[in-house]
Design a protein around this ligand. Structure first.
Ligand SMILES: [Zn+2]
Length: 186
C-alpha cells in the first residue's frame, strides 16, 4: 500500500472586502503555474458572480465548481477528480456544512493541500460557519483587513447596512461595509 502524502491546511480569514478571494485566486494560479492539479470550490447559493468560477470584487477569476451547502463532505469522499487533485481551494467556506469534517478528511485521510477562505465572523461579530474550528488545525493562517468605509483606517468587521436579521444574507457593497471598531456602530 502506498503511503498517503502529508496534507497541509492554509486558512485565510477576514471581513468582507478584505481581499480573501483575491488571495485564494492568487494561490490557485501560483499552484497551477507550478504544475499542480488545482480544484477550486465555491458555494452554489452565491449568485452574485459566475457559477463556474470564483470571482473577486476586483474582477479577477479562476474556474471553480459550485457545491451545495450540504454537498462538501460527499464531494470530498466520492469525487474521482478530488482524488486526482493536488490542491483544493474552498472560497466562502462559512456557507458549507460539515466543513471541519471535510477538511479533516481531505488533509489527514487523503493527504491533500487545502486552502480555505472565509469570514472572520458574522455581521454580529459571532461565529459564522465552522472555520473558527480550523484555527487550531491549520499549518498557516493569514488574517486580512479591509479599509474602513467611514474613516479609511484598517477594518476587521463587516457592517450590515440594510435591515435584515437573517444571519445568511448574500450581498456585496449594497448590503455590507467594512468598518473598524470605532466606526462599527455609527
Ligand atoms: Zn473607521
Amino acid at each position: 500500500m502506498t503511503a498517503v502524502a502529508c496534507g497541509r491546511l492554509e486558512l485565510i480569514l477576514g471581513p468582507m472586502f478584505s481581499g480573501k478571494t483575491t488571495e485564494i485566486i492568487r494561490r490557485a494560479h501560483a499552484h497551477q503555474s507550478e504544475g499542480r492539479n488545482v480544484t477550486a470550490i465555491r458555494y452554489t447559493g452565491d449568485t452574485r458572480y459566475s457559477r463556474n468560477s470564483i470571482v473577486s470584487h476586483n474582477n479577477i477569476s479562476f474556474p471553480a465548481i459550485s457545491v451545495e451547502k450540504d454537498g462538501l463532505f460527499k464531494l470530498a469522499q466520492e469525487s474521482k477528480f478530488i482524488a486526482d487533485t493536488d490542491v483544493i481551494l474552498i472560497d466562502e467556506c462559512h456557507f458549507f456544512e460539515e466543513l471541519e469534517t471535510t477538511i479533516d478528511h481531505l488533509v489527514d485521510v487523503m493527504g491533500k493541500h487545502v486552502v480555505v477562505a472565509g469570514l472572520n465572523g458574522s455581521y454580529l461579530q459571532q461565529n459564522f460557519g465552522e472555520q473558527h474550528k480550523l484555527v487550531c488545525k491549520t499549518d498557516d493562517i493569514l488574517h486580512l483587513l479591509a479599509k474602513c468605509k467611514k474613516c479609511d483606517g484598517p477594518a476587521n468587521f463587516t457592517k450590515r447596512t440594510v435591515q435584515d436579521s437573517n444571519i445568511v444574507l448574500i450581498g456585496g457593497s449594497d448590503k455590507y461595509e467594512p468598518r473598524c471598531r470605532i466606526c462599527l456602530n455609527i
